[in-house]
Design a protein around this ligand. Structure first.
Ligand code: NAD
Length: 261
């Protein structure tokens, strides 16, 4: 399998890349090829170095996906290096902690540029290669795409737009054999959430974590690997007739309307 994975330097993207590298041999399809995109050079180089140890072929690409020219160029580099592409995992995302009344236009724009527009530009650049391979697109949305989540600025709106864009791709590109799906995580232990509930040294973060665990039907926060399993399922042949879905991976949190006790 040949993948482009964005946000591969950390959290869910790193977990997707790691899991993909370990599934290569059992599939018997030769070395897995991973184009690892991230704006953080140090982390993405480190992930690439580690995964080469599993036999995976890794191409780390340092790009700011907020730059409209960079996304397409990176996909073209990957397609040319691997001779094609089987799956685009558009996972990189950002959030802000701004109340709407304080949200700057720059933050508004940046949120949509990275969380929404980049997926369109990546997917459009990947389209010819995915049509040739009858490949798949998986985007990381969020339960915030369907449940407004204050105070995260335009995060929820950008993810809702992302989800509809993926469904539009599913409908328009299905006739070319391309599948397009979303995974929607609930609270997940990654760099993105370290400040709010991931830092065990911080009392407020610990209290926030306990609250999030208490309101979750499964009484726990996800690990990045939990999300990665779902992403790779949707990216691979076992999901060959699944397209246009938004798969919540949230321990049932999005089903609840009242905090549990
Ligand atoms: P993370 O911060 O650990 O990882 C995100 C990665 O994306 C980082 O390596 C970062 O450098 C990279 N990135 C950010 N902006 C970029 C840009 N402009 N260009 C290139 N790379 C960029 O966060 P994560 O939790 O692994 O987030 C992955 C996805 O999951 C995001 O889309 C996020 O919105 C979504 N998500 C996360 C949670 C959660 O609780 N962690 C919940 C729902 C959805």
């Amino acid at each position: 399998m040949r993948y482009v994975i964005t946000g591969a330097g950390s959290g869910i993207g790193q977990a997707v890349a790691t899991l993909a590298s370990h599934t290569a041999d059992s599939a018997g399809t030769g070395p897995v090829r991973l184009a690892l995109l991230d704006r953080d050079a140090e982390s993405v180089e480190a992930v690439a170095a580690e995964l080469r140890g599993t036999g995976a072929e890794c191409l780390p690409l340092v790009v700011d996906l907020g730059d409209p020219a960079a996304a397409g160029k990176a996909v073209e580099q990957a397609v040319s290096a691997f001779g094609g592409l089987d799956a685009l995992v558009s996972n990189a995302g950002i959030s802000s902690a701004d109340a709407l009344e304080d949200l700057s236009l720059d933050t508004y724009q940046r949120t949509f540029d990275v969380n929404t527009r980049a997926t369109f530009l990546l997917a459009r650049a990947a389209f010819p290669a995915l049509r040739d391979s009858r490949g798949a697109i998986v985007a990381t949305a969020s339960i915030s795409a369907t449940h407004p989540t204050p105070p995260l600025g335009m995060y929820s709106a950008s993810k809702a737009a992302l989800k509809m864009m993926i469904q539009q791709m599913a409908v328009e590109w299905g006739r070319h054999g391309i599948r397009a799906n979303c995974v929607s995580p609930g609270p997940t232990d990654t760099g993105l959430t370290r400040g709010s509930f991931g830092d065990a040294r911080d009392a407020a973060a610990r209290a926030n974590r306990r609250y999030r665990e208490a309101v979750s039907p499964m009484r726990k926060i996800a690990r990045a690997q939990d999300i990665a399993e779902a992403v790779l399922f949707l990216a691979g042949p076992r999901a060959g007739h699944i397209t246009g879905v938004d798969l919540p991976v949230d321990g049932g949190l999005s089903l609840t309307v009242m905090p549990l006790t």
